[in-house]
Design a protein around this ligand. Sequence first.
Ligand SMILES: [Zn+2]
Length: 649
Amino acid sequence: MLVTRIGSGALLLMAALGLAACGGGGEQPQSARKPVQTAASAADADAFVAGINDDYREKLPYFSAAQWAQATYITDDTQLLASRANEEWLEYLSRKVQESKQFNEVDASDDTERAILLLKLSTANPAPSDPAKRAELAKILSKMEANYGSGKWCKAEGECLSLPEIEKIVNDPTATPEARAEAWLGWHETAKPIREDYVRFAELGNEGAKELGFANLGEMWRAGYDMSPAEFDAEVERLWQQVSPLYDALHCHVRGKLNAEYGDEVVPKDGLIPAHLLGNMWAQQWSNIYPLVEPYPGVGSLDVTAALKARRDGEYKRLLSEFKGKPTPLDLAELEHQADAAMAVQMTKIAEDFYTSLGMPALPESFYDKSLLVKPRDRDVVCHASAWDMNMQGDVRIKQCIEPDEEQLSTIHHELGHIYYYLMYNGLPPVFQGAAHDGFHEAIGDVVTLSLTPEHLAKIGLVPQQEIDNKAVINSQMKWALDKITFLPWGKLVDQWRWKVFAGDLKPADYNAGWWDLRAQYQGVSPPVARSEADFDPGAKYHIPGNTPYTRYFLSFVLQFQMQKALCDAAGYEGPLHACDIYGNEEAGKRFMDMLAQGASRPWQETLEKLTGTREMDGSALIEYFEPLLAYLEEQNEGLSCGWEAAKR
Ligand SMILES: [Zn+2]
């Protein structure tokens, strides 16, 4: 089981509610077993779940070992083994899901019903029982994913760019608006060929979801939140309404800055912001344009990266001084590598120390023996950071090509959030070894990163103590907001679009227009060039062809502030929320662990209550956290006409 960060293009394998929902290649078995026809009892359902728990214990270590070997040692052989293990696992899951249909009408215990629901939700693309349709669905999924993975924009004859290369242009605030629009268009063109596939995918996915007892695929995706799909819709909208004033203020300010930079012709003073000018292909996180909007140039930036690099270089010098004889170039390369590895361990220990300071246990010995913390010199690995639970009983690992910089340090804290979640819920039956809902898993490590304040970094000796004035606070909040606040409308609308598609409320003839309606309504952005129904712009985002639900990220961004607020309260902290550091507070740690230990065994409301004392998700802590920035933005926005009209068709 593994969990990864939101990436722009990398394959994301998500642990969905206690199950490794690892439909990476989109493989599905070609044959389906007929559902059992005899009437089933509650006792049968209990036995069925017990069998699944036993199977997980037996099968998952094998599955994880094959995936781990492949990800940390890419060869034809390990790929063959991993894909075989993946097929076997998906075949098993899909067989069990089919069998579970016999309990659709059985009145079983709460735990058993919950376990069966979690089993059904273990895949985001349930296949119909008809073998021909199963095969067709599998084929469409792998075609869509392959189309995304191999998408290229050919700028000129013989000059074809892949997504990371195209992103370099779009992300660069110094590139001309024309160059960025061209690159934006180049990437979005690559999604056109899967438009028809998506229409068929929605039909087949809906059919599979209906067989499992859901009205459509969108309702199935919303079935994992211990409330009705309609209630969940309303809940997400309520959270959005809570936090949107901050987004609106940021949108207004950034639009003003962009207008000043590029003029009325390119960015109007009011209305929508062209989506290609926000430093990101999907306008989902805007920190790349920070230089254009930095409130107080140069004030208060902490050079954590420089501090980490200095430590790493110190390590290298030490190794060199201990070397006997005259080192060859090969020896020097090896010493460099050893210094990188030592630094990676040191950075991981910094993150571990945060968790143990809260009263959580030290990581098991095997974590350091078996994790991959640095890019090996002798082989290819998948560098995308991820956290793994190999056997559901303590063999946890991270895989990350750690380099000595600030972002990587923060990523380690994030990954260890997953690791401690695993360790805390390892005592539960395997089907319940998962997050309370899918927004929780991503939130845990991010909560901890909120405590990495300038004071904290000074306290642990990473950077010198320095005076933090209000200007430095505003600068650092702006940087955070450009990632955390700008993400919110995007995090909401991606599934908003899919729920409409799956429900039949958005017809294929309006796919693209419906997409841009939502982007206008929530993000306040417009396409850089005219779009038509020949385009398929949703398909230019990995999670659409990769069929990964997205609302979890929105929820995680809201929850992490709510959790931080609750932990700070538990710690008796009384200052401004943005300066709170829960390091070393065991009372906060105890609350944290109580919540984590419940895994997916109970409705999330109950689990959230363990930590926060409330059964509702709440966006008010996010607003409180950014109070200084909001005040700054309101002052800056005075005299500007804020907001935008999202034209309704
Ligand atoms: Zn993660």
